[in-house]
Design a protein around this ligand. Structure first.
Ligand code: ZN
Ligand code: ZN
Length: 282
């Protein structure tokens, strides 16, 4: 079975370097930060940078996802953070639109002053505003990532994500990213086939596979239900290899880019990706 598989790669030195990293790691799908993820703002993309990026993506037939900066928090009610988050997301949607990137992955958000249901409403409200304000970039899908539930994060239950999507008007521009490390830390066990099948069935019932746009394949340094987000190389954490074997052979996932966000750079990523490729049944 042919699958879409690759790594989160660096863009240091220019966006088109993502393509070189894709080659080094043997990726046909990659995830990038389109700018420094530790900064709120980014300079304008120049047309040369856009065209050289698009050219190499097409020539290597890459599926590309972008990940939003960790600074943004669409759950915030702090006026300053909220405004910065909304404009940060809008800006990133534009960058993705210009670069031809279809998927923009982000963590749903948190709010230590609100009950979960209120935070969920706040996130949905902000997202629906953002979607309205970026109608000209309607090809860019906002992909809500499942979280480990650290701090006051929303997204450690599938129901949270389903509720955000519902309250934001079931927009076709909202999708979901399952991160294996995060769901495991959140308490969803996928280490045996019956448990994996149960999780996937829950996903289908609560959210639906049509919403699944990206998957992050990370092993977990912390045990089941720890609520701590620490990625481990594939097969080197508490999840172990079996769960990843189920995933790379799951026919429902063959159109979904599977991205490793494991520690290290190209060399380590290639090791993780080779392990995954070798588990795909011919
Ligand atoms: Zn992730
Ligand atoms: Zn993580």
């Amino acid at each position: 079975m042919k699958i879409l598989l690759g790594a989160h790669v660096s863009i240091s030195g220019g966006l088109k370097n993502a393509c070189a990293h894709a080659k080094n790691t043997g990726s046909n799908a990659v995830q990038i930060f389109t700018k420094n993820q530790l900064q709120w703002s980014a300079g304008e993309l120049d047309s040369n940078e856009i065209s050289s990026f698009k050219k190499c993506v097409i020539s290597q037939n890459l599926t590309v996802a972008a990940h939003l900066s960790y600074l943004v928090n669409p759950g915030s009610t702090d006026e300053v953070i909220k405004e910065k988050s909304i404009s940060g997301i809008i800006n990133e949607i534009k960058r993705c639109g210009l670069l031809g990137i279809k998927y923009l992955v982000f963590h749903p958000g948190s709010n230590k002053y609100l009950a979960e249901e209120e935070t969920i409403k706040q996130i949905a409200l902000n997202l629906s505003g953002i979607i309205q304000q970026t109608a000209e970039f309607k090809d860019v899908i906002l992909v809500l990532e499942t979280t480990a539930g650290q701090g006051n994060q929303i997204g450690y239950r599938l129901e949270h994500i389903a509720r955000v999507i519902e309250l934001a008007g079931n927009s076709e521009r909202l999708g979901v990213c399952i991160d294996t490390c995060h769901i495991f830390a959140a308490g969803y066990d996928i280490r045996t086939l019956p448990e994996y099948n149960k999780f996937m069935k829950d996903f289908e019932n609560i959210i639906g596979f049509d919403k699944l746009k990206v998957m992050h394949l990370n092993d977990s340094l912390r045990p089941l239900g720890s609520k701590v987000d620490r990625h481990a190389p594939i097969g080197k954490g508490y999840i172990g290899l079996d769960a990843f074997r189920f995933i790379v052979n799951d026919k429902r996932l063959k159109v979904v880019p599977l991205i490793v966000e494991t520690p290290g750079s190209d060399g380590e990523h290639k090791i993780d990706l080779d392990i995954l490729k070798n588990m795909v049944k011919k």
